[in-house]
Design a protein around this ligand. Structure first.
Ligand code: HEC
Length: 110
């Protein structure tokens, strides 16, 4: 009976921190984004939820991955520019913006 309680507690704990979704995980591992970013907590870089709050367009995020602007994040070390193929960068950008919750990402195709 105690162990059942303990397990319940652990399960709740594990859910408190948001993890990368299954379709995003392979990408953040491949490009090592996850070494510096978490979904909802500061690591080396800002939480992706906080990036989402900046309300960049998806295109802008793709641009920033290839050419970060450290001046956007005072108090953080600069992020190194990363070579991520456009298609993957766009997937990451779209997902980051989806974290804003309620924010309607304008999708300009092209
Ligand atoms: C070595 C650590 C590191 C890695 C790896 C890393 N980041 Fe970052 N990232 C940072 C830091 C630090 C910042 C804040 C300072 C800055 O923007 O330069 C940041 C900022 C950002 C921003 C906000 C840019 C802005 O100007 O607002 C985005 C978006 C981002 N990272 C996405 C990614 C993605 C996607 C990957 C993987 C392809 C990645 N990062 C990999 C450290 C990292």
């Amino acid at each position: 009976m105690f162990s059942a309680l303990l397990l319940t507690g652990l399960a709740i704990n594990a859910q408190a921190q948001q993890d990368f979704p299954e379709d995003i995980k392979p990408l953040v591992n491949k490009y090592a984004c996850s070494a510096c970013h978490k979904v909802d907590a500061r690591l080396v870089g800002p939480a992706y939820k906080d990036v989402a709050k900046k309300k960049y367009s998806n295109e802008k995020i793709v641009e920033l991955i290839g050419a970060p602007k450290p001046s956007n994040w005072p108090g953080y070390p600069p992020m190194a520019a990363l070579k991520v193929p456009k298609e993957d960068a766009m997937k990451l950008a779209t997902w980051i913006n989806s974290l804003a919750g309620g924010g309607k990402a304008k999708s300009k195709k092209g």
